[in-house]
Write a protein that binds this ligand. Structure first.
Ligand code: BGC
Ligand code: NOJ
Length: 812
């Protein structure tokens, strides 16, 4: 069942039924001011940090869903009260539509002949959200309506706001001047900032105190002021400050009126000494209001935003026979990658914005998905990440976005972390050809006195694995590798009776075959990089270590039919036929094959066949099988989840992409693409009532076959799934792969395809690559011509002339 449709021309998903199975959201903002907005106008805004600079309030696990707060509008048309976004009044509308687009959301509601559309967006380079409101009288009688706006302020620190009521119910302060409601709580002492909500028209009245607006025992759906048609002109004094304008609007038959509301945030200049003066400096707010005082200015800002997205999405454009695939590759997957770049794992309808900082491994992997869109910002991010690395090559697992400092509470010892830094750096260099990043002096642990060139950081990342090998010569897992819930280090000597902790610092002897596979894959990239920069000795050393690791994997990491996942702290296999549960895990199959283990002797194929037999379901590949049904203290959190959820045999969409890549590597394009379509959101659209999450973005997890809610997704938007699935489809399946010396063309596609075209902007040139498949094979390039001249090999030459180059690729 569907709840809307894709409008590919406008790059929008159009929701036509407000009662989606879960709130389907979008993100506004691309620099410092961000908002989440659902299809019924729920959500909130923040500046830079979702925890410390929360602008509007949101209650996460509220009843009913998504009435946690929002940017609501109400219309009292004399007969009825309703909301153009359906919620919060939830009055049935004659027409409803929500268009989630690139950085904007347009919600349209119509009742009693009054059509109202509200376009929400954050203009480029602006710390504000614009609401463009257009009201049209479609009837043939004159209408006199009252329009109410509504936002509820958060008292800045989102965690404190929802916990420290004894204080916070006394701190709220506002000011109202003309049509602007200012939120200035704490402006005197703590902070040199404020927020405001304005409209570019005279108002009939306002409210800034929630209780006066709503009534003590009412909710968002039935505020007193709206139902009476009379605002109370309240000035909040403590309790719950809000901002609500009331406008009287007269509409002749056929008449349209347009309004601009602006929700802005102002951070005063540090030398602007307004603190302590009992007034706020409104200058910057007034300037901002002036900038967006006309519809023309707002429309220009919308055009600028559209240009910005045109440009970001012009780097990789696919033209294939499959609309679903085109929309995933060209629009939604790349859009989601940019959102993960902006938000990391901080604020979604599953991440409360107060929990996590930026993850070291997460942020490095995110780079793979957006480096082609914003290479300069990727470069900056890589240096920020490397600056939190520790001198021994390990890394803080997380850092705070405001301070960019490593998080001491969580610490490090996740032994996969350092390798991801090599991968992100290599992918940046392959995209841009900019080797100078390797020379950037980059501190360890944010200590400038401990700065070394970035290349030194990569070396220490590589060596961190070698310096932490276990009894079988495999890498020690530390607190956990990519799988945060596989916690194998325990403190007592008896299996089953051990005291297990996820914070073990000394990393005992548990070993990870997954990190070993990563080392082969990413370590080889490191070796190739060293070769490119002319450091032969280091390259040879690295190649040799990788070769050695492959041998160790084939000796101790092979279980007979697939790769073992790990060795626990007692030296016993995890993810082996010897285990009663959790016999096979997905991660080591994907990464060992990406690390080119078992390619020559058939073992890679054997492992992938085992994946198909044991892990594949119609909704994607589960993480392990059979699911754990008991708690194993020596495995940790993974066995605490009910069977079929999250890391315990859920369909973890992130690592499905590694299997797609592995299938592509062994040349089985049909299987690679089949797995791709099982989880790609556009292909789940038809079963939205089962999948439940947005059909335009990936979710982290879909409940696996052991779960009663098999096929139901959770945790949409902020997941490494976005970047890895983009890599799988764009580089491994469609096979357009940036490399050190140019673009490699190496498709691995379903045999049935006749071909496709990818237009790729790369290092200043544009390549229009037409792949033809006359013999219906999956892979293997028989001929490539560039600008009508045949080339040898499959690396497209670099021209550096800024021109369009026509490439024809014949498979077979
Ligand atoms: C989740 C993991 C996540 C981790 C982050 C765990 O509870 O299952 O998916 O990576 O928390 O700390
Ligand atoms: C989500 C975390 O953000 C990521 O770092 C981790 O790799 C996966 N969960 C798997 O546990």
């Amino acid at each position: 069942m569907k709840y809307g449709f894709f409008d590919d021309l406008n790059r929008e998903y159009v929701i036509t039924n407000p009662q989606t199975p879960y709130p389907w959201i979008n993100y506004l903002g691309s620099q410092e001011f961000f908002s989440l907005i659902s299809n019924t106008a729920g959500g909130y805004s923040f500046y830079k940090d979702a925890r410390l600079r929360r602008i509007t309030r949101y209650r996460y696990n509220n009843v009913p869903l998504d009435l946690g707060g929002g940017k609501y509008y109400y219309i009292n048309d004399g007969e009825e009260v309703w909301s153009p976004g359906w919620a919060p009044v939830k009055k049935d509308l004659d027409n409803y539509e929500c268009r989630h687009g690139m950085g904007y959301t347009k919600i349209l509601g119509e009742l009693n002949g009054i059509k109202t559309s509200i376009t929400y967006f954050v203009p480029l380079n602006t710390n504000a959200e614009v609401h463009k409101v257009v009201i049209n009288n479609k009837s043939n009688v004159e209408k006199n309506i009252k329009l109410f706006s509504f936002v509820e302020w958060c008292l800045w620190n989102a965690l404190d706001d929802m916990t420290n009521f004894q204080r916070n119910y006394n701190t709220g302060e506002v000011e109202v001047e003309d049509s602007v409601i200012y939120h200035k709580t704490e402006y005197k002492e703590r902070r040199n900032h404020y927020a405001f909500f304005s409209v570019n028209a005279p108002i009939y009245g306002f409210d800034s105190d929630r209780e006066s607006f709503m009534g003590t025992y009412n909710g968002f759906h039935n505020p007193d002021a709206v139902f009476k048609g009379e605002p109370t002109n309240s000035i909040a004094d403590g309790w719950h400050p809000i901002a609500s304008h009331c406008l009287e609007i007269n509409l002749k038959p056929g008449e349209t009126k347009e309004l601009v509301f602006l929700l802005g945030y102002i951070e005063n200049d540090p030398d602007d000494k307004w603190e302590g003066k009992n007034i706020i400096n409104k200058k910057k707010a007034k300037e901002m209001i002036q900038t967006f005082s006309t519809i023309e200015a707002v429309d220009r800002a919308l055009d600028d935003l559209a240009d910005y997205w045109d440009q970001l999405l012009s780097k990789y454009i696919l033209d294939s026979h499959d609309d679903k695939l085109n929309r995933m590759v060209n629009i939604w997957n790349q859009y989601q990658c940019m959102v993960t770049f902006n938000l990391s794992r901080s604020a979604s309808y599953f991440e409360s914005g107060i929990g996590r900082g930026m993850g070291f491994r997460d942020s490095n992997q995110d780079i793979l998905g957006f480096v082609h869109q914003v290479p300069d910002r990727a470069r900056e991010r890589i240096i920020d990440l490397a600056s939190t690395q520790l001198e021994d090559g390990g890394a803080y697992h997380q850092y705070q976005p405001l301070t960019k400092k490593g998080n001491n509470e969580i610490g490090g010892n996740f032994n996969d972390d350092p390798l991801w830094l090599i991968l992100s750096t290599v992918s940046y260099i392959k995209e841009t050809g900019d080797y100078s990043i390797l020379d950037v002096m980059t501190p360890y642990d944010n200590d400038e006195s401990k700065s070394k060139p970035l290349s030194d950081h990569l070396k220490r990342s590589f060596d961190h694995v070698l310096n932490n090998l276990g009894p079988h010569g495999l890498p020690l897992i530390g607190r956990a590798d990519w799988n945060d819930c596989l916690n194998l280090n325990c403190f007592s000597s008896e299996p089953g009776e051990s005291f297990q902790t996820t914070t073990s610092k000394d990393g005992r002897v548990a070993e990870s075959v997954m990190i070993a596979g990563m080392f082969c894959y990413i370590g080889e990239e490191y070796a190739r990089l060293m070769e490119k920069v002319g450091n032969k000795e280091e390259a040879n050393r690295a190649f040799a270590e990788v070769r050695k690791m492959r041998e160790v994997i084939m000796e101790h990491g092979w279980d007979g039919s697939w790769f073992v996942r790990a060795y626990d702290d007692f030296g016993r296999k995890v993810g082996s036929h010897e285990n009663e549960e959790g016999k096979i895990f997905i991660e080591s199959q994907g990464l060992c094959i990406m690390g080119r283990c078992g390619l020559e002797d058939g073992r890679a194929i054997q492992a992938l066949d085992a994946v198909e037999e044991r892990l594949a379901t119609k909704y994607g590949l589960v993480l392990l099988n059979p699911a754990y049904t008991k708690y194993y203290i020596e495995y940790g959190e993974i066995s605490t989840y009910p069977a079929g959820y999250k890391e315990n045999a859920g369909i973890f969409c992130h690592n499905n992409a590694w299997i797609m890549a592995a299938e592509a590597i062994v040349g089985r394009g049909d299987k690679a693409f089949d797995y791709y379509t099982r989880i790609a959101p556009a292909y789940t659209e038809e079963r939205s009532e089962i999948h439940r999450m947005e059909p335009y973005v990936y979710s982290q997890m879909i409940a696996g076959k052991d779960a009663s809610r098999f096929g139901e997704a959770k945790n949409s938007w902020l997941t490494g799934t976005a970047s890895w699935n983009f890599v799988a489809i764009s580089q491994y399946i469609l096979g357009i792969k940036p490399d050190f010396d140019g673009l490699i063309v190496d498709p691995s596609i379903p045999k049935g395809w006749d071909g496709y075209t990818v237009t790729r902007q790369y290092r200043g040139d544009t390549y229009r690559i037409t792949v033809k498949n006359p013999n219906h094979v999956s892979c293997g390039v028989s001929k490539i011509t560039v600008d009508n001249k045949e080339i040898s090999g499959n690396i497209l030459p670099l021209f550096g002339d800024g021109k369009l180059h026509e490439v024809e690729v014949i498979l077979g």
